[in-house]
Design a protein around this ligand. Structure first.
Ligand SMILES: NC(=O)c1ccc[n+]([C@@H]2O[C@H](COP(=O)([O-])OP(=O)(O)OC[C@H]3O[C@@H](n4cnc5c(N)ncnc54)[C@H](OP(=O)(O)O)[C@@H]3O)[C@@H](O)[C@H]2O)c1
Length: 320
């Protein structure tokens, strides 16, 4: 089968199309013939190798979410999965390929009306937005800032905050065109990447959902209202400064909260229940997806170049 691996970490040109053996599903796994493969911000973070600690090696097969048809099941998996069109989470590896394996607990049937491309734009992301807002104890009437809102996680967070009755939903983005699209999805204030440019935006926010991290994070921590909650869910802007915590402690009397959220710590059945509800909502049109572009799997490097150039709104989808 055709697959895309990282031959050299760093630039998109380090991605290589290779032929690999078709994987056999292990116990508890299914094998999916892929029809859509999501190109996530996490894939770019892995490829750039700007964040250490993942211990991945050259030859790493990228990709963590796919949609397609189950064609084989491993030991212990009900044969009735065969032939079903599903979304599947493959972990940190295995998605950029014509065939992918996933644990059956991480597989969800697609509802009528949700395309495979929409599913891989929503499946791994909207659920992050849901649990980030939940962990931030977001309540109706509160002001929310979504930093890095033009990606799949941000696009979902904007819609969920607006639908949840936020008093204001501010976003950071690098283009006014994307700002307009985010307004369409429920944003009330559009800021630039540094947090400026929204003349009538609130000075402070009750909740910040941050997909970006990077050196600019402290400036946004300063924007929390007293009792404000800051949830970082991604690091597409790179590493945080070595000491961003001191202002939190010196600002002790403002009772601020800084927290990380990884879906890895959300129990699987809870994740799947929220995801299933979001899929159903998206199929009804209540939750919108942003498929930026559909490209052949063999053009994965072009997809990554677009991610690096910052021209992607939502998600690029690869098709085998
Ligand atoms: N917490 C979890 O469980 C979980 C699960 C999945 C993924 N993730 C993480 O979430 C991140 C990917 O999310 P995503 O796919 O929604 O993001 P994305 O599409 O890669 O990026 C979101 C937006 O951030 C902005 N951006 C990019 N680089 C930036 C920079 N250097 N400075 C400021 N803004 C920048 C861009 O918008 P503009 O150009 O418009 O500013 C971009 O559209 C990854 O870090 C991944 O590891 C976390």
């Amino acid at each position: 089968m055709k697959a895309v691996v990282i031959r050299t970490f760093g630039a998109p040109e380090g991605l290589e199309v290779v032929d690999l053996p078709v994987p056999a599903p292990g116990p508890g796994q299914v094998r999916v013939a892929t029809e859509a493969i999501g190109v996530g911000g996490v894939d770019a973070v892995i490829r750039r190798a700007t964040i250490g600690g993942l211990g991945l090696k050259e030859g790493h097969l990228l990709g963590s979410e796919v949609a397609g048809v189950v064609e084989a099941v491993g030991e212990g998996v009900d044969a009735s999965w065969k032939g079903r069109r599903v979304w599947a989470f493959t972990g940190l590896t295995g998605g950029y390929a014509e065939r992918a394996v996933a644990a059956v607990e991480d597989v969800l049937p697609l509802p009528e009306g949700l395309t495979p491309a929409q599913a891989v734009t929503l499946g791994g992301s909207a659920v992050v937005a849901h649990f980030a807002l939940e962990r931030a104890r977001f309540a109706p009437g509160e002001s929310v800032l979504v930093r890095g809102a033009a990606g799949s996680i941000g696009i979902a967070a904007v819609q969920l905050a607006a639908q949840g009755g936020a008093g204001a939903v501010a976003v950071t983005t690098s283009s006014s065109e994307r700002g307009g699209r985010l307004r369409d999805l429920g944003a009330t204030h559009v800021l630039d990447r540094a947090g400026g440019g929204g003349p009538d935006a609130p000075e402070g926010f009750d909740v910040v959902i941050d997909v970006v991290g990077g050196p600019g994070l402290p400036g946004f921590l300063d924007r929390l209202n007293p009792n404000g909650r800051y949830l970082i869910v991604g690091v597409v802007g790179g590493q945080l400064p070595a000491d961003f915590g001191t202002p939190l402690v010196t600002g002790f009397r403002r009772s601020l909260t800084f927290a990380t959220l990884s879906l890895d710590t959300v129990p699987g059945p809870e994740r799947q229940a929220v995801r299933a509800a979001q899929f159903a909502e998206a199929a009804r049109g209540g939750l919108r997806t942003a498929v930026h572009e559909v490209l052949p799997l063999t053009e994965a490097a072009a997809a990554h170049r677009a991610m690096d150039e910052g021209t992607v709104f939502g998600r690029i989808v690869l098709v085998p």
